[in-house]
Design a protein around this ligand. Sequence first.
Ligand code: NAP
Length: 252
Amino acid sequence: MDQDTPRVLLITGASRGIGAACALRAAEAGWDVGINFHRDQAAAEHVAGQVRALGRRACMLQADVASEGAIEAMFEELDAELGPLGGLVNNAGIVDVAARVDEMSAARVARLFNVNVVGAFVCAREAVRRMSTRHGGRGGAIVNLSSAAARLGSPGIYVDYAATKAAIDTLTLGLAREVAEEGIRVNGVRPGIIATDIHATSGMLERALTQVDQIPLRRMGTADEVARAVVFLLSDAAGYVTGAALDVAGGR
Ligand code: NAP
């Protein structure tokens, strides 16, 4: 990260799981953090308190990333509260209950794409408008949360979710090349099975546990292990890394 690059980071979906772990590791690395959440204000408040305890500034930003207007308002609030943006982690993401493609409604698929893909595109747009030297910004870094599902397809469970993450991989690659000369690096992280609430949401907690046998490292990953990869990609140590997708999936 250039010395001039602002140390203000926005993380979507930072109230729980991987996003919350990213907030703590980023604060440790010297970032002030905008903590976006959707519904769970108490959880977001807890994360904000932990960031402040690490000596960094934090603000809580309620917004549904499926809403373009809410995203625009969130970035304006962040500008006012913490100042110029230097980084974005596109982390907010959802799954639905397990289903086959021949059981999926258009509404289900559209909802997943709105949150996981359209939300990430609009957040990336707002970040580029602030960080790109083309727009008078001082550069920065974007990390997009993809999933090993983008490579595996998730048959019989959530092919729709896997397809949203394949779209995220393409966003990472294309945007990285689009803004490479504008001071912005864009990378992706593809977690495997990570111990967070998301598996219970899909009714797939038991399945996630039984899949451990298929993971070469023979265990689920932790949110903190993903966060360390994210914060590395945001950092100067990754200064020559852009357009990459880093698997944090225990060898799967
Ligand atoms: P999680 O524990 O379910 O947490 C999801 C977070 O996203 C929460 O902070 C939630 O906010 C927020 N969120 C959900 N819908 C939102 C919306 N419409 N607008 C704004 N925020 C929203 O999820 P996780 O396991 O940490 O996953 C984080 C990311 O990693 C996702 O993109 C996921 O696809 C990806 N990933 C996870 C795994 C895994 O095994 N866990 C594997 C691969 C990839 P509230 O608390 O306010 O609801």
